[in-house]
Design a protein around this ligand. Structure first.
Ligand code: C2E
Ligand code: MG
Ligand code: MG
Ligand code: MG
Length: 280
């Protein structure tokens, strides 16, 4: 639009574009340094088995403790990490840290790690995971990988081959944010996921909007008919949990139970495994 209005107008917009490009470049430089300076950290949010009320695992959510900008959330840096390829070393760091943390937790707990599509396309994530599990002496079924719907993933041979190898090893595979992508049903046909995570936008309206329940009911029925467990994301109110329980949803996650926080602040994790929790 600026160009169409003539050269002067175009020139007028250029300094703004430079500033955006500079900011992006600065962030990229910062991100490279952040990896070596240890500025990334993981917060953990519990997933609760709805029938028993027990915590069954924790999802790892990455944060960046930026030296001048404060704590940054994934929405502020994961897209740039993906564009620049930095998601590969960052993703390796996340996997290694999460599995290392998991190794010190009670045996009945799992960790869920979010994977970017580019990590699967790169082909080396399988090796990273195998080494991390072996190093921590952790059973593969205690690791769950969360994969978001993306139009490219199921068309990519490397990605699909790695997912199958991971699944055959016993690693659990979850389809994250179900219902927000473009190829939901195609996706379900293309890979045998263990679990479907029902996106927060469907859970939000439960008990408040009439259209919420039929949608959630249909998604749970679809998942269960394909032998997939279900996790409801973003559960904030008791009435949402009551409805999800009545509908047979397997697990729930959300502020109703806990906000994501550092492992050191979570009592269940700070203590070594004890017999009472094991037999529960
Ligand atoms: P996600 O995997 O769907 O993660 C859930 C997001 O919802 C998290 O935001 C979490 O803090 C937030 N959340 C949890 N419970 C509630 C609730 O009750 N209400 C509301 N309003 N929000 C809730 P976060 O940590 O900002 O992460 C956003 C997204 O960034 C994640 O969505 C995931 O796609 C991505 N992400 C996070 N960590 C990683 C990572 O280590 N690697 C990659 N590749 N992506 C990550
Ligand atoms: Mg997730
Ligand atoms: Mg999710
Ligand atoms: Mg989500």
């Amino acid at each position: 639009a600026a160009k169409a209005q003539g050269r002067n107008c175009f020139a007028h917009f250029e300094p703004g574009m430079d500033a955006a490009a500079r900011e992006r470049r600065d962030m990229e430089i910062d991100m490279r340094a952040a990896l070596t300076r240890g500025e990334f950290l993981l917060h953990y949010q519990p997933a609760i088995d709805i029938a028993s009320g027990q915590t069954v695992g924790y999802e790892a959510l990455v944060r960046w403790n930026h030296p001048t900008r404060g704590v940054l959330y994934p929405g502020a840096f994961i897209p740039l990490a993906e564009e620049t390829g930095l998601i590969l070393p960052l993703g390796d760091w996340i996997l290694n840290r999460a599995v290392e943390d998991l190794a010190s937790w009670p045996d009945h707990l799992r960790v869920a790690v979010n994977l970017s599509p580019s990590q699967l396309r790169s082909g080396h994530v399988l090796g990273t995971i195998m080494r991390a599990l072996a190093h921590g002496n952790v059973a593969p079924h205690r690791l769950e990988l969360e994969i978001t719907e993306s139009t490219t993933l199921h068309n990519n041979e490397t990605s699909v081959a790695q997912l199958h190898k991971l699944r055959n090893m016993g690693v659990r595979i979850a389809l994250d944010d179900f219902g927000t992508g473009h190829s939901s049903l195609n996706y379900l046909r293309s890979f045998p996921f263990h679990k479907m995570k029902i996106d927060r936008c469907f859970v939000e309206g439960l008990g408040q909007r009439e259209d919420a329940l039929p949608m959630v009911r249909a998604v749970i029925a679809l998942a269960h008919s394909l032998n997939m467990a279900t996790t409801a994301e973003g559960v904030e109110r008791p009435e949402q949990l009551d409805i999800l329980r009545a509908e047979g949803c397997t697990e729930a996650q959300g502020y109703l139970f806990a906000q994501p926080e550092q492992a050191s602040g979570i009592a269940d994790l700070a203590q070594p495994a004890d017999a009472s929790r094991r037999s529960a």
